[in-house]
Design a binder for this molecule. Structure first.
Ligand SMILES: Nc1ncnc2c1ncn2[C@@H]1O[C@H](COP(=O)(O)OP(=O)(O)OP(=O)(O)O)[C@@H](O)[C@H]1O
Ligand SMILES: [Mg+2]
Length: 378
């Protein structure tokens, strides 16, 4: 039995190839889990193959009723996706060259070489998806290919430096950088981080475009960053890293551990939060993270970078509001950025700047680096 799934229609998202690959990985994970049960109970060997391609399709939509519309795709891109599926071995995900190009860095791939496809004269490179990669943001992916020289933004950098000086003197600051996609918000933070990281601890986190559906994701990433948890760490290693660091920081923080463990998906062998009222649990989780951060800031100033607040989930939003209270006396500099459509409801910033235009020099350096496009480095 074969099924066809579409991403990017009827609503186009800027990252639909990534969304499709996350879905494919979850499908394989879930199929493997179910297969284990089916094998044990019924002796059936269930395996699925997934193939994917990205490209233009013409969609014919048929309105079924008020809620449902059926889409019929027409075009070469869909048959190429079907071809990828037929090339995948059971249990695997195979993608075309185009999908690979758009998602490289966000995911890990194995090159499977070239293959001939009916209707295409040149052989096509195909790739197997191995798992989620290390890169999360567009700027990280761009940085892997080498960034163009940083230009302009002198006054913004000066403002950030000023905010850091005040923070170091014990007056916590919040700085928001607002601007359209691609205007340079992440790059500004990236450059500032390079300038400032020697005298302070920088902890970065980000939201993803489908992040509203993932409570706490940016906070979880922030904590992973703080505890230096990597994908290679098994549960025991993660527990050791978290427990060790918290107790080394301050023994009186021991009672924050159940909340940190729960957020990071680490089973707590001593204390269970399962029976706790959700409101109380949320409040204590916020308090636990704030206490950790404020305590750490006594040892060294902290720079917390939250990227892309326009995609923030409501729990993290509430956490920012909570952190905001009392930040003025902590050595914590909170740097956030977002697109203009977002309206922060979690408190006032000490300084905010709107990046309106790309500095002219960016466009000219893009022209120098690539004749075909001026909108992206490639
Ligand atoms: N001042 C600058 N000098 C040189 N290159 C820059 C500058 N600002 C931005 N860029 C380049 O422009 C590209 C887009 O910038 P960036 O990722 O920072 O945009 P953004 O505002 O964070 O966009 P988004 O809202 O999509 O996250 C990057 O490749 C970055 O290196
Ligand atoms: Mg950005």
């Amino acid at each position: 039995m074969a099924s066809l799934l579409f991403f990017g229609a009827p609503i186009a998202h800027e990252d639909h190839p990534q969304r499709a690959l996350y879905t494919a990985l979850r499908m394989q994970e879930e199929a493997k889990r179910q297969a284990e049960q089916l094998r044990r109970q019924h002796g059936i060997n269930l395996q699925i193959r997934v193939g994917m391609n990205t490209g233009e399709v013409v969609l014919r939509s048929i309105r079924k009723d008020d809620l449902h519309t059926e889409y019929t795709p027409i075009g070469h891109s869909t048959s190429l996706a079907a071809r990828m599926e037929s090339l995948a071995t059971p249990g695997a995900i195979v993608v075309s060259e185009h999908t690979h190009k758009l998602t490289e860095g966000y995911f890990e791939f194995k090159a499977l070489g070239e293959t001939k496809v009916k209707g295409v004269t040149e052989p096509l490179h195909i790739y197997e998806v191995l798992g989620v990669g290390l890169l999360r943001t567009r700027l990280q992916v761009a940085a892997q290919h080498g960034l163009v020289r940083f230009v302009g933004r002198h006054s913004e950098l000066a403002q950030l430096k000023n905010a850091l000086e005040l923070t170091k003197a014990g007056q916590g600051q919040i700085v928001a950088v607002i601007g359209e996609p691609g205007v340079g918000k992440s790059r500004l933070f990236y450059e500032f981080k390079l300038l400032s990281q020697s005298g302070s601890l920088v902890l970065e986190t980000y939201s993803v475009s489908h992040g509203k559906a993932y409570p706490y994701l940016p906070l979880i990433e922030l904590l992973k960053n703080y505890f230096q948890i990597t994908v290679q760490d098994d549960e025991r290693r993660r527990r050791e890293k978290v427990g060790g660091k918290v107790l080394m920081l301050d023994r009186s923080l021991e009672n924050t551990l159940p909340y940190v463990f729960a957020l990071l998906g680490i089973a707590d062998l001593a204390f269970s939060l399962d029976q706790m009222d959700p409101q109380i649990r949320r409040r204590r989780t916020f308090e636990a993270i704030k206490r950790l951060l404020v305590r750490e800031s006594l040892n060294q100033p902290l720079e917390l970078i939250f990227e892309d607040l326009q995609w923030l989930d409501s729990e993290t939003q509430e956490f920012l509001a909570f952190l905001n209270e009392g930040l003025a006396t902590a050595r914590i500099l909170l740097l956030v950025n977002y697109r203009p459509e977002y309206r922060p409801e979690w408190g006032s910033t000490t300084y905010s700047t709107q990046l309106r235009r790309r500095p002219k020099a960016i466009l000219s350096s893009w022209r120098r680096s690539c004749r075909r496009c001026v909108s992206k480095e490639c």
